[in-house]
Design a protein around this ligand. Structure first.
Ligand SMILES: [Zn+2]
Length: 413
């Protein structure tokens, strides 16, 4: 049973050492490797990737294309640092590889980007479409997918050595998992979501996102081995999800279009530091009040409109895991975070609705607050309150339905 024991130890090690929350979406992700070292490794990988092209005189050889690509990525990066202010210290860089046969683009951890002319030429890509590709690639970097990928590879190594040769099948499966991760739907969906939003804020049409993938799909007949399409299936699901996101992005796009003068259009130098807060909102917000932007979340928008959906009946445990955090957010008046946390769990009981009432009231959304308090009061009055669980008090001393009814009285009809 010795291999089993070490397998358990390995799994425990991985669990204890490697779970962190995704810097963009909050999703729990495996990171055995610090992002810093992934970035350091990417710098040399980037140099190695570009060197042969430079040698052949195929790097940035068309000034017009280079200027076009840099203008687009500069606007995207200016938005990226608003979501992850720490990425302002990255040495962002973009280069154009003159290779009309290859339909590809990438952004390595740390912001080292490249685009192949094949992508632009074969797709006859517009600026809006180039912005979607580069936004997607930047999304991978911001969401630290590189570290995640590497960690899964490491984990499979650990498991393989722990399991030993007798368990060949299991080890092959672990390796397969690592191999498949670059294409994992989770990471791809995250990058799609981040990309379309960065692009919209940078003034690029969100409807170009599904259009781009449609073009990719049409181009897929002639795909080469190193094409983006080999890791990025242009599936109907992807296009449908992007099309569903587009309406949520249009207000951001419209806002950016209103203030085109505030969008950076030129790179002073290819490698540079970007100041957090660049972009349309930076004039309106005092530096001290700057907090990283959160991704647009359709569930949060529904909440603001009084149409929040909480449907999870069996989420008492995950809700109780966050009970302390919810209490702190409530006490500190961080209403946006409070609502996002509650929506994230989706627990459908009275206390969750009460917190949504608090979050809505705190933001001055009186109608929405009334609905949520009313729902909390109804549940607590007519079913049973879930505040006094058998083993835990999920409510941190909040009394329901009383406090919901007091709040309703306070808000009036
Ligand atoms: Zn991707």
């Amino acid at each position: 049973m010795k291999p089993f024991k070490s397998l358990v130890q390995a799994a425990l090690f991985v669990t204890l050492a490697g779970c962190s929350s995704n810097p963009m979406t909050g999703r729990s992700q495996l990171t055995l490797v610090p992002e810093k070292s992934v970035i350091a490794q990417s710098v040399s990988a980037y140099k190695a990737e570009l060197a042969p092209h430079a040698k052949k005189g195929k790097l940035n050889d068309d000034e017009r294309v280079v200027r076009r690509v840099r203008a687009i990525t500069d606007r995207l990066v200016a938005q990226a640092v608003r979501y992850r202010p720490d990425s302002a210290s990255w040495a962002w860089e973009v280069n154009v590889i003159d290779d009309p046969k290859t339909l590809n683009a990438f952004c390595m951890p740390g912001g080292k980007m490249a685009i192949y002319t094949g992508l632009i030429d074969k797709l006859k890509a517009t600026d809006d479409e180039i912005a979607q590709v580069m936004g997607h690639e930047i999304g991978h970097a911001l969401a630290n997918h590189g570290a995640e990928k590497m960690s899964v590879g490491m984990m499979s190594d650990i498991l393989v050595s722990a399991i030993g040769g007798r368990y060949q099948q299991a080890s092959q499966m672990a390796a397969l998992v690592a191999w498949q991760l670059p294409n994992s739907r989770g990471a791809e969906t995250e990058a799609d979501r981040i990309g379309i939003e960065l692009a919209a804020r940078a003034g690029y049409d969100p409807d170009a996102a599904p259009r781009l993938w449609q073009k990719m799909k049409e181009a897929s007949g002639e795909k080469g081995r190193f094409d983006l399409l080999s890791t990025h299936p242009a599936s109907d699901t992807r296009m449908e999800e992007l099309a569903a996101l587009a309406p949520h992005m249009r207000p951001l796009y419209a806002e950016a279009a209103k203030n085109p003068a505030t969008l950076p259009t030129r790179l002073a130098a290819n490698v540079r530091d970007v100041t957090p807060g660049d972009g349309p909102a930076s004039h309106a917000v005092a530096p001290a009040a700057l907090r990283p932007l959160a991704l647009v979340n359709p569930a949060y928008e529904r909440f603001r409109g009084g149409e929040a959906v909480l449907e999870c009946e069996n989420c008492a445990l995950s809700f109780s895991n966050r009970a302390g955090k919810l209490k702190t957010l409530d006490a500190s008046g961080d209403w946006e975070s409070l609502a996002r946390e509650v929506l994230d769990v989706g627990y459908s009981q009275d206390i969750a609705w009460y917190y949504l009432g608090r979050a809505a009231e705190g933001q001055g959304l009186r109608d929405a607050a009334r609905r949520y308090y009313q729902h909390a009061a109804n549940l607590a009055r007519h079913k049973e309150t879930h505040c006094k669980g058998l083993f835990t008090d999920l409510c941190n001393g909040i009394r329901l339905p009383e406090q919901a009814e007091t709040a309703l009285a306070r808000l009036g009809k």
